[in-house]
Design a binder for this molecule. Structure first.
Ligand code: SF4
Ligand code: SF4
Length: 951
């Protein structure tokens, strides 16, 4: 069995399925040689005249170009350049109607020929020596050669095939009716075609070059065979005339029996197909150096007076072409670019000739019948029988009408070569090819959009990947430094944390201080002093507790002999007073009358002040009251003695100090002293009458507490008035210190007055010594109490100095008024003579004893008064006001009742005076010495006790 090669060499031909035999109509144009056309008025050169991308413009508007000059620079994607068909000027570069059924405008160069038709410099060669395949491909490429059979595929792409080409098939069939361009070209330029075939064979090195020419072109066949005699690799075959044997796949089948698979290309079966016109252009490019600037175009049809093949410059408008050949349009004239089977009717004759234009058919209405009304498919299958691709044209048309593009592809729409055989045979006159072309265009558009979308997606993904990569790189850059110096950063962080921790306690302390200040501010300014007062209050409470215990012990020890002791004490005091009077009389004889007057004045002032103090002392402690009364009496007596001495001596001070006033002052002092001594008698009487010691004790405790409070308030209020500067607490403290000093002095004076009473007991020295010790203890106690009473005045600073000053002024005024009233009331008592001094003295002693007993009983109840001191300043102020009112009332009551007391006191004093008068001068001197010694001891102990208290 012969091999395929042997069969090919033997000249065997194969048949393809389908096909038709339409009228050839070739004789119209193949009777005359290829003609030439006059230069057109202008040439329109679309940048894209082939399959693939257009090139970039190399010329500008107004630029003069030469014939054969390249106008565009080819790029990638099957791009081909275009050249100037003739010399002339670029008059415009703009979109112009394209050689397409839609005549869609494409960017075109409008060249106005200058008529000289001047060639540019051409590089010619006589052989292919020195040219390798690449050089040949470049020459083909830069010559702008594309398939001139109708598809327009770039020739250099086919020539640069990566696949092995066994057979180079040269298409000289030209099966389309009316078209005779290849026939005439082969007749006239067979050698050039064979030379171009040899160029391609040198590039592709096929086993054979098979030239297929229909048997209806015997002249062309002979010319080709004659031209190819020198090359045994070129086999020129005459094939049967059958439409569409000129199809690429059909010709391959006919010449080689190979079938190109669906969707494949001839190279897939080792076959490369080239048109004879393309090979002529390759020969011109390689040997003559001429680019593709013109081609043979068949201008035919019954409306063409001179149908003929002509050399038409690319860019020549169809109008110029047909009119150059004697075009006579008819009614409903149609001008078809291409043949009647595969060509398309031009929407306008202003369409330029391009590289793929092989025929311009201008038939009349009889020559080529106008398509009738489309009818419904009758399923006659004539179309399928005529299809050379063995497709189902009726199904494709059905899917195309329904725009079922997937179905179209499934039914191999793209295997359709658009031969038109189906349409040609369809009895329903269905323009099947038109449906296929539209469907193909839509599918190509969709695929193009899909490709664009895929490319956009690829760019997006690439960009996304790039951004992610850059982000990752940035993160890595940030991470790397962190890893490179972790210890350093950690050290910095730890240091910062340590600083923060160190600052926190300070901040917290500051914050706590701020909070405390705010709390204090909210509570008031006085609360800020509370921490300081707490210590003093605690110390005071301790001292009071000690005093209370001492009093309890003392009260327990003295419970049985209290009346006797009181009587003895009264007697002792009386004696002490007497002794003091004698001592004072002795001292007063030695003193200056002026000092006596000053002492009288001090006594008066103290007597005035005692308007409050006696009540305080009498209510606070009966013993104190007794001591104070004794002191007052002693001072009063002294004051009374001083005027007498002054008057007797006739000193000058008598002139300055009125004796009457001194007497009055002495009487006031006595009255106050008596009042202080007898102040508790009504209470004692009430106690005796009521026979309820508890109530009396409670009342006495309340009275003492009020009296204490009143005394404290009075002292606090009086102190600022000394300096008249209530705003300065320091001055108030100084005033309080002065008051304490005065109180101490008063206590000392009392000791000095009472001490002689110890010596004034001639009957029993032991009792007198005991009485003196008791008196000293009382004096110390009085001093201590005075300190206790006065201390709060330092700490209990008035909240409002102005109010305190006003209150103090009022208190002083009231005290003065009370003193004055007392003076006015006492004056008449000066002349009052006691009826029985002894009885009055005994009664006074009994009254004092009762007062002492009531005071002792009240001491048990007194403790709460310490604790019940009002801490609230307002309450304290109210209590002070009440106390002052009660003190005033008590003072008034005392002023109204001194008559009896004065009598008794006078009696006692007079009685004592009679006793002291009975003492001899030697005894008086000894008593005075002992009294001085006791005073010194009492002072020393008082100072020691004071130092302990202060500590
Ligand atoms: S045009 Fe297409 S479908 Fe119709 S006969 Fe030709 S190849 Fe077949
Ligand atoms: S030739 Fe026309 S009518 Fe017949 S089957 Fe094909 S499309 Fe239908």
């Amino acid at each position: 069995m012969e091999t395929l090669l042997e069969q090919i060499e033997s000249g065997k031909l194969w048949q393809f399925p389908g096909g038709i035999h339409p009228p050839e109509q070739k004789s119209l144009s193949n009777q005359a040689a290829i003609g030439s056309l006059p230069l057109p008025e202008y040439l329109v050169l679309p940048l894209k005249q082939h399959i693939g991308a257009n090139g970039q413009l190399l010329v500008n508007k107004g630029e003069h170009v030469l014939k054969g000059q390249v106008l565009t620079q080819p790029g990638t994607n099957w791009s081909l350049p275009i050249h100037a068909p003739t010399s002339g000027t670029i008059t415009d570069i703009k979109p112009m109607p394209s050689a397409h059924p839609s005549a869609m405008p494409e960017l075109s160069i409008v060249l106005t020929p200058d008529g000289d038709d001047t060639w540019c410099e051409l590089e010619t060669r006589a052989s292919l020596d020195g040219l390798d395949n690449k050089a040949l491909i470049d020459i083909i490429h830069h010559a702008g050669i594309a398939g001139m059979g109708g598809a327009g595929f770039p020739t250099y792409v086919k020539a640069d095939s990566a696949k092995t080409i066994e057979y180079l098939v040269v298409n000289g069939v030209e099966c389309e009716p009316y078209i005779t361009a290849d026939d005439m070209l082969m007749r006239e330029h067979a050698k050039d075609i064979i030379r171009g075939m040899e160029v391609m064979m040198s590039i592709l090195s096929p086993q054979y070059a098979l030239v297929g020419i229909e048997d209806n072109k015997p002249e062309a066949l002979a010319a080709m065979q004659q031209a190819a005699k020198h090359n045994s690799k070129i086999l020129v075959r005459s094939i049967p005339t059958k439409y569409p044997s000129g199809g690429e796949k059909q010709l391959i089948k006919v010449l080689t029996s190979k079938e190109v698979p669906s969707g494949g290309i001839p190279a897939d079966v080792g076959v490369l197909v080239q048109n004879v016109g393309t090979l002529f252009a390759v020969s011109e490019a390689v040997y003559e150096g001429k680019p593709l600037i013109e081609r043979v175009v068949t201008v035919t049809g019954n409306t063409i007076h001179k149908p003929q093949n002509v050399w038409a410059l690319l860019g020549t408008e169809v109008k110029h072409l047909v009119y150059s050949q004697g075009f006579t349009p008819v009614e409903n004239q149609r001008v078809i670019m291409g043949g009647p089977m595969m060509g398309f009717t031009l929407p306008t004759v202003r369409i330029p000739v391009v590289k793929t234009t092989n025929c311009i058919l201008a038939p009349d209405n009889q020559e080529l019948a106008v398509a009738g009304q489309e009818q419904a498919c009758i399923r006659c299958s004539a179309c399928a029988d005529a299809c050379p691709q063995t497709l189902l044209p009726q199904q494709l048309q059905w899917f195309a009408k329904g725009q079922e593009y997937d179905k179209l592809e499934e039914y191999n729409l793209f295997d359709c070569i658009e031969c038109g055989a189906c349409s040609y045979v369809c009895p329903s006159e269905i323009p099947l090819v038109q449906y296929y072309r539209v469907a193909k265009a839509e599918i190509r558009e969709q695929k193009l959009e899909k490709v664009k979308a895929e490319r956009a997606k690829e760019r997006f993904e690439a960009r996304k990947a790039r951004l992610e990569r850059e982000q990752e790189e940035r993160q890595n850059r940030h991470k790397r430094p962190a890893r490179s110096a972790p210890a350093k950063d950690k050290a910095k962080v730890s240091e910062a944390l340590e600083r923060v921790k160190q600052k926190r306690p300070e901040q917290s302390a500051v914050q706590a201080a701020i909070e405390r200040a705010k709390a204090k501010k909210a509570e008031g300014d006085t609360s800020a002093l509370e921490p300081d007062n707490s210590a003093v209050a605690l110390e005071r409470a301790k001292r009071k507790e000690q005093a209370r215990k001492y009093k309890e012990e003392k009260a327990g020890s003295d419970k049985g002999s209290a009346p006797k002791d009181a009587v003895a004490a009264a007697i002792a005091r009386a004696k002490a007073k007497k002794a003091a009077q004698t001592a004072d009389s002795v001292e007063s004889q030695e003193q200056d009358p002026r000092k006596a007057a000053v002492a009288a004045a001090i006594a008066r002032a103290k007597a005035k002040k005692s308007g409050d103090e006696p009540k305080l002392g009498s209510e606070d402690d009966p013993r104190k009251a007794a001591v104070a009364a004794a002191i007052a009496r002693a001072k009063a007596k002294k004051a009374e003695q001083d005027p007498e001495q002054n008057s007797a001596s006739g000193s000058d001070d008598v002139k300055t100090d009125d004796p009457r006033k001194a007497a009055v002052a002495a009487a006031i002092a006595r009255a106050k002293a008596k009042k202080a001594a007898k102040g508790d008698e009504p209470e004692a009487a009430v106690e005796d009458d009521s026979a309820d010691p508890r109530k009396a004790a409670v009342a006495a405790a309340i009275a003492r507490a009020k009296a204490k409070k009143a005394a404290k308030d009075a002292e606090q209020l009086e102190e600022p008035t000394v300096d008249d500067e209530p705003e300065d607490p320091r001055k108030a403290a100084v005033a309080a210190a002065i008051a304490r000093a005065k109180a101490k002095k008063a206590a000392k004076d009392a000791e000095q007055v009472e001490e002689p009473t110890v010596d004034d007991e001639p009957e029993d020295p032991r009792k007198a010594a005991v009485a003196a010790a008791i008196a000293r203890a009382k004096a110390k106690k009085a001093a201590k109490d005075a300190e206790h009473v006065e201390e709060p005045t330092v700490d209990d600073e008035p909240e409002d100095p102005r109010k305190a000053a006003v209150a103090a002024a009022i208190a002083r005024a009231k005290a003065k008024k009370a003193a004055k009233d007392a003076e006015h009331v006492e004056e008449p008592t000066v002349d009052d003579e006691p009826e029985d001094p002894r009885k009055a003295a005994v009664a006074a002693a009994i009254a004092r004893a009762k007062a002492k007993k009531a005071a002792k009983d009240a001491e048990h109840v007194e403790e709460p008064t310490v604790d019940t001191e009002p801490e609230d300043p307002r309450k304290a102020a109210v209590a002070a006001a009440i106390a002052r009112a009660k003190a005033k009332k008590a003072a008034k009551e005392a002023e109204q009742e001194p008559v009896v007391d004065d009598k008794t006191e006078e009696d006692v004093s007079s009685g004592s005076d009679t006793q002291t008068d009975a003492l001899s001068p030697e005894d008086k001197r000894k008593a005075a010495i002992r009294a001085a010694v006791e005073r010194a001891k009492a002072k020393k102990k008082a100072q020691e006790q004071e130092g302990n208290d202060l500590s």
